[in-house]
Design a protein around this ligand. Structure first.
Ligand code: HMG
Ligand code: MG
Length: 279
C-alpha cells in the first residue's frame, strides 16, 4: 500500500506531559521546550505539552505557562494540556492551548488519590470547564483512567468505564481517551472495554492510552485497531508514569507503535528517526 492510500492513524505524543510528570529531578523549562520543538519537527499532529495542575500535586508541571509560552508552534499541530478544574482551564486558555483534557477515572480510589474528589464530584467539576472550553472554541478531551484496572481496587467493570465515558461525552467532550493507567490490560480485556464504550459513542471519537508495564500495550493497540480505533497516545522512548498510580511505568514507546503501525500498513506522517533522536 502506498503512503498516500494507507489508512491514517493519529499518534498523540504525550512524552512532555505523561513522560516528564513522573521525572523525580526537576527539569528546566528549556529542556521541555526543546523536546516539544523536536516532536513538532518530527511530524506529530498532536502533542500533549503539560498540565495546569497544582504544583504541590505535580511539581514537575509547575512551569506549564512558561513552557507553553516558549514552544515554537508549527501550524496544524494541536498543542494540548491537562486541566483538572476551572483555574487550570483559565491558565490553559491564557497560554493559548489548542485543546484541553479533563481527566476522570473509572476507579473511586484513584479519583481520590489523583484529583482529590469522587468520580461524581469530578464530573461536576469538569462540567463548567468543558462548557468554558467549548464557548472559546477549544477542543476537549475527556480521559477515563483505570479503564482496565486500578492500582488500588483491582478489576474495574467495563460498564463503569462506559458510564463515565458517556457522562464526559454528554457534557460536551469531543474526544474520549480510554486509559490503561498501570498497563495491566490484556487484548481481551481491552476489546471488552472498548466495545462497552463503543455502545455510547462512535469509534472516530475514541483514543487509546496504554502504559506498557507488562509489555502488552502493542497487543492492546492491535485489538483496538481491529475494532477501528485510529488514535493512540504514545511517548517517545516509553517515558512516563503517574505519581498517583504505584507501579505504573511508562507509556507505550512511540518508536514501537510507529513500527507496528507501519508493518500493518497504516500511515502516521511521523518521522521515526526524528522520534528516536528526540527520545
Ligand atoms: P485539591 O487539594 O482538592 O484542590 O486538589 P484545591 O482547590 O483545594 O487546591 C489545592 C492547592 O492547589 C491550592 O494551593 C490551590 O491554589 C492549588 P494552596 O492554597 O494549597 O497553595 N491549585 C492549583 N494550582 C495551579 N493550577 C491549578 C490549581 N488548582 C488548585 N489548576 C487538584 C485538586 C485537582 C487541583 C489536585 O489534586 C491536582 O492538581 N491534581 C493533579 C493530578 C495530576 O496531574 N495527575 C497526573 C495526571 S493524570 C494521569 O497521569 C493519567 C493519564 O495519563 C491517563 C492514564 O494513564 O490513566 C492522563
Ligand atoms: Mg498516563
Amino acid at each position: 500500500m502506498s503512503a498516500s492510500t494507507a489508512p491514517f492513524v493519529t499518534i498523540v505524543e504525550v512524552s512532555p506531559r505523561d513522560g516528564l510528570q513522573n521525572e523525580p529531578r526537576l527539569l528546566p523549562a528549556a529542556v521541555k521546550v526543546a523536546l516539544v520543538d523536536r516532536l513538532s519537527a518530527a511530524g506529530f499532529r498532536a502533542i500533549e505539552v503539560t498540565s495546569f495542575v497544582s504544583p504541590k500535586a505535580v511539581p514537575q508541571m509547575a512551569d506549564a505557562a512558561e513552557v507553553m509560552a516558549a514552544i515554537h508552534r508549527v501550524p496544524g499541530v494541536r498543542y494540548s494540556v491537562l486541566t483538572p478544574n476551572l483555574r487550570g482551564f483559565e491558565a490553559a486558555a491564557a497560554a493559548r492551548a489548542d485543546a484541553i483534557c479533563v481527566f476522570g477515572s473509572a476507579s473511586e480510589t484513584f479519583s481520590q488519590r489523583n484529583i482529590n474528589c469522587s468520580i461524581a464530584e469530578s464530573l461536576e467539576r469538569f462540567r463548567p470547564v468543558v462548557a468554558a472550553a467549548r464557548a472559546r472554541g477549544i477542543a476537549v478531551r475527556g480521559t477515563v483512567s483505570c479503564a482496565l484496572g486500578c492500582p488500588y481496587e483491582g478489576e474495574i467493570a467495563p460498564a463503569v468505564v462506559a458510564r463515565v465515558a458517556g457522562e464526559l461525552l454528554a457534557m460536551g467532550c469531543d474526544e474520549l481517551s480510554i486509559a490503561d493507567t498501570i498497563g495491566i490490560g490484556t487484548p481481551d480485556g481491552t476489546r471488552r472495554v472498548m466495545e462497552a464504550v463503543l455502545a455510547v459513542t462512535e469509534v472516530a471519537r475514541l483514543n487509546g492510552h496504554f502504559h506498557d508495564t507488562y509489555g502488552r500495550a502493542l497487543a492492546n493497540i492491535d485489538a483496538c485497531l481491529d475494532l477501528g480505533l485510529r488514535s493512540f497516545d504514545a511517548s517517545a522512548a516509553g517515558l512516563g508514569g503517574c505519581p498517583f498510580a504505584p507501579g505504573a511505568t511508562g507509556n507505550v514507546a512511540t518508536e514501537l507503535v510507529l513500527e507496528r503501525l507501519a508493518a500493518r500498513g497504516f500511515a502516521t506522517g511521523i518521522d521515526l528517526a526524528a522520534v528516536r533522536e528526540a527520545g
